[in-house]
Design a protein around this ligand. Structure first.
Ligand SMILES: C[S@@+](CC[C@H](N)C(=O)[O-])C[C@H]1O[C@@H](n2cnc3c(N)ncnc32)[C@H](O)[C@@H]1O
Length: 296
């Protein structure tokens, strides 16, 4: 895919030169602490992310881009607008006590740091509910924070209670996988970001609309991220051919962005329904490439 095909801020979703290669079905593996299993490229694993990562070797991935549970599910049903397509999070995967959430975060972040190469990029999504907890744990681990990126949603859902500002941002914490003192040479594709921003330095404030309906045709996930946002992260923080981990895959937005941009990917998701959505999204897009064969 040549850079001249990219419109400002967007990426051509279909690389016409690429043959259709079916995506492997999500895999459930029996992990034991004694077994070291090498993660397969372009493979989604069904199961618990910490247990699966523990079976993997150290220093394997160039980067990790992930969107952990936000810890915002409530036992009561939240308010929502009638006829809105917005989905609130009421799932068990998102329900923790404060201390459970801290332990959970420390566990998965330690494993991510172990399986990611030193100085590899780690991008973590969060809202005000969880990003400070994650940031505090990263600080305790002495990890270097490179930036905090603000994802601003111009079409955020209105606030129904009218008792506070309309919540319309999320943060992406960008860490370098090393201590504050030792962190060096992390990947940042500065020129590419500048080009995408019309020749000006890219700022850490990204205005990108919520996930469009056309990205939800294979099923809905309550916190599905827009591909435009994921593509920008992949383009900014990884190189072609890098292997990228998403240990909380959900509907597969990170993996699909990597697949489009010729990065290897590995995902983990504990819910088989979301694994199925992620698999369908990537496989269907690869299949489309065959419908538009490259001209000789
Ligand atoms: C915030 S969502 C990720 C959404 C994703 N970024 C997308 O665009 O669809 C977090 C996901 O982590 C999964 N999850 C929660 N706890 C997990 C665990 N211990 N191991 C693996 N996956 C887990 C949930 O099922 C949920 O799909």
């Amino acid at each position: 895919m040549s850079m001249s095909n990219w419109a400002k801020g967007e990426v051509d979703p279909i690389d016409l030169d690429k043959e259709y290669e079916p995506v492997a079905r999500p895999l459930s593996v029996l992990v034991t602490p004694e077994n070291i299993i090498y993660p397969l490229h372009h493979q989604l694993y069904t199961g618990d992310s910490v247990a699966i990562m523990k079976a993997w070797p150290s220093d394997y991935f160039e980067a990790c881009i992930t969107d952990p549970p936000y810890n915002i599910a409530k036992d009561r049903k939240g308010l929502s607008w009638a006829f809105s397509s917005h989905v609130t999070i009421q799932d068990d995967w998102d329900r923790f006590t404060g201390s459970e959430y801290e332990t959970f975060t420390a566990d998965w972040l330690s494993e991510v740091c172990r399986v990611t190469k030193p100085n590899g990029n780690i991008f973590i999504f969060g809202s005000y509910h969880n990003i400070y907890t994650i940031g505090a744990i990263a600080a305790r681990m002495d990890l270097r924070v490179i930036n905090s990126i603000i994802w601003a949603k111009p079409n955020a859902q209105p606030n129904i209670t009218c008792r506070m500002f309309t919540e319309s941002t999320e943060q992406i914490l960008w860490l370098c996988n090393n201590t504050n003192k030792k962190a060096k040479k992390w990947t940042y594709n500065y020129q590419h970001m500048k080009e995408l921003n019309g020749g000006k330095q890219m700022r850490n404030y990204w205005e990108i609309p919520l996930t469009p309906q056309r990205e939800r045709v294979h099923g809905k996930h309550p916190s599905q991220k827009p591909l435009r946002l994921m593509e920008r992260l992949v383009l900014a923080g990884t190189h072609t051919g890098d292997c990228v981990l998403d240990c909380f895959t959900g509907s597969g937005s990170t993996l699909l962005a990597c697949d489009r941009l010729e990065r290897k990917w590995v995902g983990i998701e504990r819910d088989p329904v979301y694994c199925d959505i992620a698999h369908k999204r990537i496989d269907e897009e690869r299949r489309q490439r065959r419908l538009f064969p490259a001209s000789p």
